[in-house]
Design a binder for this molecule. Structure first.
Ligand code: TYM
Length: 334
């Protein structure tokens, strides 16, 4: 049976190859297998401060990127989260059934709030409840994401189970779909931490829109190790990460890649990797530039997407409100 697929991406920072390889590219490849919905999550973006004008522009840019990567609006729905108000409304209701203890266990909040604990917004803490609402509103079966989102999808599943057992069968139980290879692309400068859209060091992040010269420079400067042997070995995070990127862009097997570079130096490997990435991203970059010339078209697609999907979201929300007992009883008299 066809399941519904839902995933989301924040319209913030630099769209990097981790986002592309683990999420966007896979969404495009598998979109026709199921009914697919992709959401640009601007309500999640404001859990940390954003420049208002830039945020709107970023929504459009992210939509351009999804389209450039091959997401077909005839096949999938693409929309901006804040255009369907049921997301925020369901998040509130879920807030009231999620135990604090579950939220306190969320690793991402701990990581993101580390530097300014007292200043972190309540929204940042509550982020997983909104994400659960995103997923559950569409009775989603499958959620294709990178490894860093696994815990959030599991929380959404736990919330669905809790709601269903308290109020009767309502939500589908969602499952995270995480790729075997490349589910956690690491930083180029610090390969012990995941590559992140909003990191401070630009050389750590390989942007999908980076021009060729930047891609070359960043890859050549990427941190490796003194061992000089080009082999897939998770114990050597720098070279392992670069090899995983090579594997995903080349679609070659690991053995073939190791043989290709046997006895060769890191500089040669990095140079070939850079050309592979540049060529891999070239069509995407060209399509993106072309699409961004007609912003009206992208805007209309996003509005149509929201209009198409809103009734589904509102249908679920109404069922939930009914079950929870919100609103008025059936009225007698005139
Ligand atoms: P976001 O915007 O941080 O990232 C979008 C997608 O990219 C994946 N990703 C990575 N994959 C591999 N290596 C990396 N270094 C890397 N960095 C990011 C993420 O796992 C994600 O799949 N909370 C989500 C957005 C969201 C969502 C949802 C996702 C909101 N509601 C509902 C699924 C379902 C987020 O911040 O993704």
């Amino acid at each position: 049976m066809k399941k519904r697929v839902f995933s989301g991406i924040q319209p913030t920072g630099t769209i990097h190859i981790g986002n592309y390889l683990a999420a966007i590219r896979r969404w495009a490849i598998t979109q026709a297998e199921h009914e697919s919905i992709f959401c640009i999550v601007d309500l999640h973006a404001i859990t940390v401060p954003q420049e208002p004008k830039l945020l709107k522009a970023k929504n459009l840019e992210m939509a351009g990127m999804l389209l450039a990567a091959g997401i077909d609006p005839e096949v999938s729905v693409i929309f901006v989260q804040s255009r369907v108000s049921a997301h925020a409304e369901l998040a509130w209701i879920l807030n009231c059934i999620i135990p604090m203890g579950w939220m306190l266990r969320m690793i991402q909040f701990k990581e993101k709030s580390q530097r300014h604990k007292e200043q972190a917004s309540t929204g940042l803490f509550d982020y997983p409840a909104l994400m659960a609402a995103d997923i559950l509103l569409y009775r989603t079966g499958l959620v294709p994401v990178g490894e860093d989102q696994r815990q959030h999808v599991e929380l959404a599943r736990d919330v669905a189970e809790r709601f269903n057992s308290r109020y009767g069968p309502t939500f589908e139980l969602p499952e995270a779909v995480i790729p075997e290879v490349g589910s956690r692309i690491m930083g180029l400068k610090d390969p012990t931490k995941k590559m992140s859209k909003t990191g401070d060091d630009k050389d750590n992040v390989l942007g999908v829109l980076d021009p060729p010269d930047q891609i070359r420079a960043k890859i050549m400067k990427a941190v490796t190790d003194p061992l000089r042997e080009i082999r897939f070995d998770p114990e050597r995070p720098g070279i392992h990460n670069l090899l995983v990127i090579y594997e995903l862009f080349s679609a070659e097997g690991r053995q073939a890649i190791e043989q290709r570079f046997a006895g060769k130096g890191y500089a040669q490997f990095k140079a070939e990797l850079a050309e592979m990435v540049i060529e891999g991203l070239r069509p995407l970059q060209a399509r993106f530039c072309e699409l961004m010339k007609d912003q009206g078209y992208i805007g209309r697609l996003l509005e149509e997407g929201a209009d198409r999907i809103r009734p589904v979201a509102e249908g679920t929300l109404n069922t939930v409100k009914e079950k929870v007992g919100l609103g008025l009883p059936v009225l007698r008299g005139s």
